[in-house]
Design a binder for this molecule. Structure first.
Ligand SMILES: Cc1ncc(COP(=O)(O)O)c(C=O)c1O
Length: 463
């Protein structure tokens, strides 16, 4: 690309912001560079643009920049070496703002807490192949501001997939792609609150993060008891309810058919909204697939799904199938939250599903986690026979009813480098004397450390 005039910027080189007000002589340039370096904004080792590039960018003579650089080199602020350009010199930089250290998460050798799939199995090659296919064929408008619901390519493939694999009644027009389930919950919370809702039923076991999201939207989460049939639907109250019908988190029970009907009946008769969190519906190991509750009444149930378990939480990709009457306010909330979810990964995911990679990955993962679960159950039967294993039919975690104090075991495990959680950690109102159980996420460790993690777990359980 050629220059279009003496004052035009050059396309080659790096940008450098300098606070230059008014005159742009050598003195001002020296001062601006000096301030940028001494404040720490330009760190030691930062490479400056060539004098030619900076002169063009600033619209000054090249000699002005060369002289300013020369002076700062002489003063020791910059170093100039043949072939490697001009850099900010290394020296003791006083930290401009005193930093309060963030609390550091304790590092464990082994992690058996639930929530994260085995990240080492992320299908990098297939994801890349999907991106390679999706990107060149994407229309230009895909890189611009678009529909806050998300890319139509993804909404179409999701509608097909959800109908086929999860029994959802899905219309691409009523799907909204969002940044994780957390955002879905946040948007729905805002909409419900704006419509006058005050409280929302939640299962007595779950994630405090999700309860915090609800509170942050001005709604009060009200815990509802969970038993061996799932949440006690006859106790639901408030203007909405948050449920994990396919696989209660973390007790692992599916919502029994009579409870499903009761929950939908409750929503119909009171005008409440059911929010279905289908976070790991793909992972069932018995042949009894548990379809989406949403199919019972798409006008009363908001279905939400996520790529966080089936692929990786780092993608921050989730989707909701929204009842027609809620679509407009949910869209308005999405617009003010972030306009739209980043489009490029949406296009890749659409291609990933359409190419059959998603099904293949889910089936592979199902086998992977099922083997891990079997190994865990077999080992416990031998090394910790007093422990009862529950919730084995689905997901990536089980519940271990332990003979002793669960928190003692958690603490003992932590001292030996194993992170594991007690059931009480997931209880809305902590009750350390209630059911003594551990929640063991067997999905998280990479293969090479799974045996070590299980061995430590068995040691802790058998004391
Ligand atoms: C119960 C439950 N819901 C939802 C999610 C997914 O959340 P997100 O999509 O925000 O990563 C998880 C992930 O761990 C979960 O355990």
């Amino acid at each position: 690309m050629g220059d279009s005039g003496a004052n035009s910027a050059t396309a080659v080189g790096a940008d450098l912001h300098l606070d230059l007000a008014g005159r742009r002589g050598r003195g001002e340039l020296v001062q601006a560079l000096h301030e940028s370096i001494s404040s720490g904004r330009l760190a030691p080792g930062t490479r400056l643009p060539s004098s030619r590039t900076l002169a063009k960018d600033l619209g000054v003579a090249r000699n002005t920049v060369a002289d300013a650089y020369g002076q700062l080199v002489a003063e020791g602020w910059l170093t100039a070496r043949q072939g490697s350009g001009t850099e900010v010199a290394s020296r003791e930089t006083p930290s401009p703002v005193p930093r309060t250290p963030l609390p550091e998460a304790k590092k464990f050798r082994y992690d058996l807490t639930p929530g994260t799939p085995d990240l080492s199995t992320f299908p990098r090659g297939e994801w890349l192949a999907a991106a390679r296919k999706a990107l060149p064929s994407a229309p230009n408008e895909a890189f611009g501001y678009g529909d806050p619901r998300g890319r139509i390519e993804l909404r179409r493939t999701l509608a097909d997939y959800l109908a086929r694999a999860r029994g959802v009644r899905a219309d691409p027009e009523l799907i909204l792609v969002c940044s994780g389930y957390v955002q879905a919950l946040s948007l729905l919370g805002a909409v419900l609150r704006a419509q006058g809702a005050k409280s929302l039923s939640v299962e007595e076991f779950g994630y405090d993060l999700h309860w915090d999201v609800i509170r942050s939207r001005g709604l009060e989460p009200v815990p509802i008891a969970v038993d061996e049939h799932g949440v006690r639907a006859e106790l639901l109250s408030g203007e909405a309810a948050l449920l994990t019908p396919a696989h209660q988190m973390p007790t692992g029970v599916p919502l029994a058919p009579h409870r499903r009907t009761a929950a939908v009946e409750w929503a119909r008769s009171t005008g409440a909204v059911l929010i279905e969190d289908d976070y790991d519906g793909e992972f069932r190991y018995d042949r009894q697939t548990v379809g989406a509750l949403q199919a019972l009444d798409p006008e009363r149930v908001v279905y939400t799904g996520t790529a966080s378990k089936s692929l990786a939480p780092g993608l921050r990709l989730a989707w909701m199938v929204v009842p027609q009457r809620l679509m407009e306010p949910v869209l308005a909330a999405k617009r003010t939250a972030d306009l739209q979810t980043a489009t490029l990964d949406q296009l890749t995911l659409a291609e990933f599903i359409a190419s059959g990679y998603y099904d293949r990955h889910v089936r592979r993962s199902r086998l992977h986690y099922r083997r891990r679960r079997d190994r865990l159950v077999e080992l416990l039967a031998v090394r910790a026979p007093g422990v009862r294993v529950a919730g084995i039919a689905a997901g990536m975690h089980v519940l271990l009813d332990v003979p002793g104090d669960a928190q003692d075991m958690v603490d003992r495990a932590a001292r030996q480098g194993l992170q594991v959680a007690s059931l009480d950690r997931y209880r809305f109102t902590s009750d350390p004397s209630a059911r003594q159980a551990l929640v063991v996420g067997y999905g998280t460790p990479p293969d090479h450390s799974y045996a070590g993690a299980l061995d430590l777990l068995c040691q802790v359980l058998s004391v």
